[in-house]
Design a protein around this ligand. Sequence first.
Ligand SMILES: Cc1cc2nc3c(=O)[nH]c(=O)nc-3n(C[C@H](O)[C@H](O)[C@H](O)COP(=O)(O)OP(=O)(O)OC[C@H]3O[C@@H](n4cnc5c(N)ncnc54)[C@H](O)[C@@H]3O)c2cc1C
Length: 155
Amino acid sequence: MSGRRARLRRCRGEGRISIAAGCVGIARAGLEAAARSVSQRKAFGGPLSEQQGVRFMLAEMAREVAAARAVTRVAAAAKDRGESIAEVSSIAKWTASDAAMRVATDAVQLLGATGYSRETGVERLMRDAKGAQIYEGTNQIHRLIVADEVLRGLD
Ligand SMILES: Cc1cc2nc3c(=O)[nH]c(=O)nc-3n(C[C@H](O)[C@H](O)[C@H](O)COP(=O)(O)OP(=O)(O)OC[C@H]3O[C@@H](n4cnc5c(N)ncnc54)[C@H](O)[C@@H]3O)c2cc1C
């Protein structure tokens, strides 16, 4: 690969790690907004946060945030060590943007109609997450990149 192509490839990988980091922020914001809302909103004789089904959703959202953060850190550490980041940056961008989308969608659900409306800003997280699944290489294209890297690794 020419030096120019290699630099471009690395630059794209670095951009994808930045997108992944932003997606961790989106997911975290969604989790925090949802946790705050279900703690305050009372229904069925107490806060929604006392409902097991709601707690399960919060736990799954927290798991998504932690997994997205971990894979983003792995990619950033590989970049800092000067290692190849073609595969790990695609995995980080794809994983973190999918996590952000799932968490933001669940946050809208847990806030109910106020989550869907513009008054809380949570619906914006959902749109931002959807954008991140599309730009900087759609997540379908990242599947192709990862498969290419896996097969290249056999050479
Ligand atoms: C919020 C937002 C911000 C953006 N910002 C920028 C920017 O700053 N700069 C810039 O240059 N562009 C930007 N874009 C454009 C973005 O990069 C493109 O939308 C993206 O690359 C997809 O291209 P497309 O929209 O033409 O979709 P298409 O290429 O028409 O693809 C449509 C769908 O088909 C899927 N698809 C295509 N080929 C395959 C395949 N071989 N296998 C499986 N699935 C496939 C895609 O994944 C996608 O889901 C932005 C887009 C959005 C939504």
